[in-house]
Design a protein around this ligand. Structure first.
Ligand SMILES: [Fe+2]
Length: 275
């Protein structure tokens, strides 16, 4: 591969904004931790070109798990997220996760999609590379899926831009990360998605959220990276549900010449009680 310019970009994910509430017994303020991350991102030199926000953008559902929230009940959380992202010094490209609400997202973010329940997928070029985002949100489910129409779109997009080094982003992970309770809610048709990517050798990087931990899995020339959350994190040691209130984190990518480098940075979060 050879890119046209050196640049960096960010993957931060699982922001879990919930307007009017805090999360869990430790009362984790997910807006405050996201603002801490935004503050660090704005201080990075050189300035990143853009950020991909990897899904589970908003989750007011975590404040009341006894019922399904309406789009109207989700909208204040998306407005709150938009307000925080407006503080970022570079543009963002957003993905949907299992905790999101697609209709509320489209309405508040004014995505200009074909309809308010259409998958939010995108593709753009930067620095000689191609960046493709997929929507794996399935209403009411913790696992994810990329629908047949979107898979067809993906194949067409990759065929159109064949020859460009390509990064693909999706919320759910297609390959196990070794944490059983997380691996029970993966990208259910991950094999289909990976098969599509494998038909295009320019696709060498797949970046996921969802698991709230940093990881790397390589299989035959394709690398899947996962990134920590901007709020609570998942234990790598426990196979059953165990989460921690922090520290907030993000992933930095640096692309130059024929090299892609990446590392995870954590932001010290003060005053976090045990969750
Ligand atoms: Fe999440």
């Amino acid at each position: 591969m050879s890119t046209t310019a050196d640049f960096s970009f960010i993957h931060f994910t699982d922001t879990h904004i919930m307007a009017g509430g805090t999360y869990g017994s430790s009362h984790l303020d997910t807006a405050a931790t996201l603002r801490q991350v935004v503050g660090v991102l704005n201080a990075l030199e050189p300035r990143p070109a853009f950020a991909v926000v990897g899904g589970d953008l908003c989750s007011p559902d975590l404040l009341d798990r006894s019922r399904t929230l309406t789009a109207e009940e989700y909208e204040p959380s998306y407005r709150f997220l938009r307000e925080i992202l407006d503080e970022l010094a570079f543009p963002t490209h957003l993905l949907l996760g299992n905790h999101d609400h697609r209709v509320a997202f489209h309405r508040v973010m004014a995505t200009g999609g074909p309809s308010n329940d259409a998958p939010h997928r995108w593709s753009f070029a930067y620095g000689g590379c191609r960046f493709v985002g997929l929507d794996s949100h399935v209403p009411g489910q913790a696992w994810g899926e990329v629908g047949a129409d979107q898979l067809a779109w993906l194949r067409a997009e990759l065929a159109t831009y064949r020859g460009q080094p390509t990064f693909v982003f999706v919320h759910h992970h297609p390959w196990p990360v070794g944490v059983a309770w997380m691996d029970a809610m993966p990208l259910r048709n991950g094999d289909d998605v990976v098969a599509a990517l494998r038909d295009f050798p320019d696709v060498r990087w797949l970046v996921c959220g969802h698991v709230h931990l940093d990881g790397e899995v390589q299989r035959d020339g394709l690398t899947m990276w996962t990134s920590p959350s901007t709020c609570f994190q998942v234990s790598k040691l426990s196979q059953t549900r165990k989460i921690f209130p922090g520290p907030p984190g993000f992933r930095l990518f640096t692309v130059g010449g024929d090299t892609v480098r990446t590392r995870v940075l954590h932001v010290p979060a003060e005053g976090l009680a045990a969750m």
